[in-house]
Design a binder for this molecule. Sequence first.
Ligand SMILES: NC(=O)c1ccc[n+]([C@@H]2O[C@H](COP(=O)([O-])OP(=O)(O)OC[C@H]3O[C@@H](n4cnc5c(N)ncnc54)[C@H](O)[C@@H]3O)[C@@H](O)[C@H]2O)c1
Length: 340
Amino acid sequence: MTKYNWGMIGTGWIAHEMADALNSVNGEIYAVADVNEKALRTFSSEKHIQHSYLNPDEMINDPNVDVIYIATPHNFHYGYIMKALEAGKHVFAEKAITVNAQQLNNVRKLAEEKGLIVTEGLTLLHMPLYKKIKGLIQSGKLGQIKLVQVNFGSLKDYDVRNRFFNKDLAGGALLDIGGYATAFARSFLKSQPVSVLTTVDYFETGVDEQSGIILKNLDDQLAVMALSMRAKQPKRGVISGTGGYIEISNYPRATRASITYTEDAHTETHDVITAGDESLALQYEVRDMQRYIEQGHDDGEFALSFDVMNILTNVRNQWGMKYPFDQIKSEQEEKYGVKL
Ligand SMILES: NC(=O)c1ccc[n+]([C@@H]2O[C@H](COP(=O)([O-])OP(=O)(O)OC[C@H]3O[C@@H](n4cnc5c(N)ncnc54)[C@H](O)[C@@H]3O)[C@@H](O)[C@H]2O)c1
C-alpha cells in the first residue's frame, strides 16, 4: 500500500485515537494543525508528528500533504473540507461530515469536479462485520427485510458550554450520534425513506436532547430510531426480516452479531457471526480511505453519508431547529457556508 502524507486538523478526543491508527498503518504522520497552541505542541510531540501548524489553512496548502483529516467541532468541517478540495487534497472528515444537506451537496459537487475522495468517519461503514451481515441478507436466509430498530443514548456530563450542548458548535444529539443510528438504518433499507416522522425534546441551550424518528420507504420497510444525550441506552440495532432477525450490540464498532432464524411462527434456530477487532476500528477507516484513493473511488460510502445527511436535515427542518450557520449570508459564507 502506498504511504500517504496525512495532515490532521484538531487534536482533541478522537484525534488522539486517529493519530495512533495513522501511526500504526503508515508508520508516521506528516502534519497536524490546531488553533489551540498548547494542545498542538503537546499532541505533535506525543504522536511524533513532523510538522505542526497553528494556521490550518497553511497546512491545507502545504504541497506535501495528500489527505486532510478533520476532527474539529462539526461546524468547522465544511469550511475546511471545501478549502482542502480546492487545494486538491482528499478529505477524511469526522462525523457529522457537515451540518446540513446543502453543505454536503456543495462538497459532493466540488469533489466530483476535482476528482477527489471525501469520506465521513462513520466507523460502522468500515467494520468488517457489516460485509458479512450484508452477505447474509443478500443470501436471502432472513427473507425480506421489513424493519430496522436502532438506538444510541449517551450520558454527557452536564456542561452547557461543551460542544455537545453548545448551539454555536452545532451541538445536539442528532448531529453528534444520530449519524451512526441513521447510517445503520439506511444501510439496511433498500431505498431512501420517503416519509420521516419525528418528535424531539430540547436541552436548555436549545439543542436537541432526545428524539424519536421513524423512516418509511417505498419498499415496505420501516426504521425506528431513538436518540438521547442525557440518558444512556445500549447501542443496539436489530434488523428483522420475514425469515429471522439479527441483533447487533455496540453497532458503531461491532464485531459480533446474533442471528435468530424464524422458519415459521413456532421454530427458532440461533447462530452467531463474528468479524474484525474493535480496537482496530480507526485503522480500518485509514486502510479503506487509502484504498479508495488508490482505486479512484469509494465503495458507496459517500452516497450513504449523503442519504444520511438528507435524513438528518429533513428531521431538523421538521423540528424547526436552526443553527446560526444554517443561514448563508455573505459572499464568503455563500461559498463555504460558515465564516472562515
Ligand atoms: N468517529 C468517532 O468515533 C468520533 C468520536 C468522537 C468524536 N467524533 C467527531 O470528531 C469531531 C471532534 O470531536 P472531539 O470529541 O474529538 O472534540 P474535541 O472538543 O475533543 O476536539 C476538538 C478539537 O478541534 C480543535 N478546534 C476547535 N476549533 C477549531 C478550528 N476552528 N480550527 C482548528 N481546530 C479547531 C480544538 O482545539 C480541539 O483540539 C466531532 O465532529 C465529533 O463528532 C467522532
